[in-house]
Structures are given as C-alpha cells and as structure tokens.
Design a protein. Structure first.
Length: 150
C-alpha cells in the first residue's frame, strides 16, 4: 500500500505544480493585457490632450476659449500620466478592501455607475422609436391594360 500512497502523493504534487503554473500563466496574461489596454488608453487620452492644445493654439492667446482649451489640455495630460503609471493590481486590491469595509456604499456606487453607463449608452444610440426614413412601397396599378386570365 505504501507504493500506491506514494503514487497518489506524487500525482497530487504534480497536479498542484500544474495548477500553480497555469495560475501563474493566466495571471501573467491578464497583467500583460491590462498593461496593453492601459497604455492604449493613456495614448488616446494623450492624443485628446494634444488636440485640445492645438485648439488652444488656434484661438487668440488672450481669449477665454484659448484659456479653457489649455486647462482642458492640461487636465487631459495629467489624466494620461495617471493612467500610464497606474498600478492595476494595487487599485484592484484597494477597491476590494473598500468593498469589504463598506459593502452597502460599494453596491450603491456600482448600481449608480451601471445606471449612468446605461443612460449614456442609450443616449448615444440612434432613436429606435423613430420610423424609418424609407417611404412605404406603393402598389403598382396598370391602367389601360387588359389582363385576360385565359
């Protein structure tokens, strides 16, 4: 029976190693994907900051529009830098701890965020209740022709 028990222990150890390696590989893949997404978002926000700065440069430098565009560009660049340097694992950990300490507040905030996202998505969709712009087909009536079924 010792030989069978040893085989069972070896199988369990091997299975645990495989599970650990699979878990590590999955974790690395998720981390790489989030890093790529984070860099993409940071690049998009940076592009928006550059566009806002270009808009600011196109206005009269003393004008209110130029100042507003410069403030927007500055805030967008700050946001891009925060996204670029964001530690996703720490953020997830912080949110998890907050949710454990304040479950009602967390659920309320999640519901509010979901409601806001739904409203935003519905507002950006074309109006589904509007009738199609295509005219209805009209029946073709052939006047002056004799149709003899026979």
């Amino acid at each position: 029976m010792t030989h069978t028990a040893d085989l069972g222990d070896q199988a369990r150890g091997h299975a645990a190693d495989l599970v650990g390696k699979a878990k590590e590989t999955a974790h690395r893949s998720v981390r790489d994907a989030t890093d790529q997404a984070r860099q993409h978002v940071a690049g998009e926000v940076h592009g928006a900051a550059e566009a806002a700065q270009a808009a600011a440069n196109s206005f009269d430098s003393n004008g209110m529009q130029a100042q507003a565009a410069q403030v927007i560009a500055s805030h967008l660049e700050d946001a891009a830098e925060r996204v670029r340097t964001l530690d996703v694992e720490k953020t997830v950990s912080d949110v998890s701890q907050f949710a454990r300490r304040n479950p009602l507040l967390f659920l309320s905030a999640a519901a509010l965020a979901g409601f806001a996202a739904t409203r935003f998505l519905k507002a950006s969709e074309p109006d589904a209740a509007a009738p199609d712009e295509q005219p209805l087909p009209t029946p073709h009536i052939h006047e002056g022709t004799d149709h003899d079924p026979a």
